[in-house]
Design a protein around this ligand. Structure first.
Ligand SMILES: O=C(O)CCC(=O)C(=O)O
Ligand SMILES: [Fe+2]
Length: 330
């Protein structure tokens, strides 16, 4: 038995209606996050296990082998992100993590690569990495779609309201590997700087503590505990936008314990070109946001290779990069 003081929902109850959409919405309004348990029907424990195994195997490979899949050499933002691909977070002076990113897998040619459309790439030397990541991606997409149905219902819309915007979503799965180190421990510098996530929800699995979330009620940072075979759902910028600010995008960061750590965030998003307005249930506003424009504006700050591609004109955008993130809260 586990004693909880954090909001936790049983996924089965959530999909069969035992937990009301209003309750889920109110939990996000109050806390900005919740944990999900009883996921066997959508993420079997062996899938969590194989995800860990593939991540461990891949990140243990020699740098040269990993760099053969460098994200900056892919047309559509897929692949390996080395420690040196450091974004502009002011509280993240030393970066001690590497990552591997995939997106929605489609056979289409990437075309305008910045729209993140096209096929995934997988390292051939990690046996079964493609099948495990793809299965995990699909499971999270299913959970994300269910969560959006609950948001639709809590907003007095048809269950299926968002389904039309989930045809090839700009949703990414990241495998993140925080390296064992003795340079960040006890420093104020974060292992990953404070930020909100840019999508609708983040659905995250972690191997060890380190994640802190900013608690709106107590106005303080809270350690997020880690439970086995459990997911943590965080509210993102697009949820804040469409709820007219009733739900706040959760501010979070990662502190370094010095120990090796893995985390696997899935960023649930809508199709790149989706233009969102505030849902009528949550207020009136003339403002709108295109989810892909907001996402790219943030990736431009996070990935030097993207900044270089945009600034040099290699990626010709048909929109202006948003200059700041209005969802930053402190
Ligand atoms: O590693 C973690 O626990 C958090 C990762 C994260 O916040 C992110 O990738 O956006
Ligand atoms: Fe995040």
């Amino acid at each position: 038995m586990t004693i909880h003081s954090f909001p936790v929902f049983n996924y089965e109850d959530m999909v069969n209606g035992a937990i009301t959409p209003d309750h889920v919405f109110d939990t996000l309004r109050k806390h900005g996050y919740f944990y999900l348990t009883r996921l066997e029907q959508v993420v079997p424990p062996r899938l969590f296990k194989s995800l860990h195994e593939k991540a461990r195997h891949f990140f243990a490979s020699p740098l040269e082998q990993k760099m053969a899949y460098y994200i900056g050499a892919s047309p559509n933002h897929r692949g390996y992100v080395p420690v040196t691909e450091k974004g502009a977070y002011s509280d993240e002076k030393i970066r001690a993590y590497e990552a591997f990113d995939i997106g929605y897998d489609s056979a289409e040619a990437p075309g305008r690569g910045f729209k993140l459309i096209g096929p995934n790439r997988y390292p051939g030397h990690v046996d079964g990495m493609d099948a495990a990541l793809q299965a995990y991606y699909n499971a999270n997409l299913r959970i994300g779609t269910e969560l959006l149905r609950l948001i639709a219902r809590a907003s007095q819309l048809e269950d299926s309201h968002f389904d039309r915007y989930i045809t090839r979503p700009a949703s990414q799965l990241r495998l993140i590997h925080y390296l064992e180190n003795d340079v960040l421990v006890g420093q104020d510098d974060a292992s990953m700087g404070a930020h909100t996530d840019y999508e609708v929800f983040t659905i995250m699995h972690q191997s060890a503590p380190g994640l802190l979330a900013f608690d709106q009620v107590g106005r303080s940072w809270k350690n997020m505990p880690v439970f086995k075979n459990t997911l943590l759902v965080l509210a993102g910028d697009m949820l804040e936008f469409m709820s007219g600010g009733h739900i706040k995008s959760l501010l979070h960061r990662v502190v370094s314990t010095g120990e090796e750590r893995y985390s696997f965030p899935f960023f649930m998003n809508l199709d790149f070109d989706t233009e969102l307005t505030v849902l009528p249930a949550w207020g009136r506003s003339d403002k709108s946001v295109v989810v892909g424009h907001h996402l790219l504006g943030q990736l431009y700050r996070d990935f030097p290779y993207i900044k270089e591609r945009v600034d040099s004109g290699q990626w010709v955008l048909d929109f202006a990069i948003p200059s700041h993130n209005e969802y930053e809260q402190i």
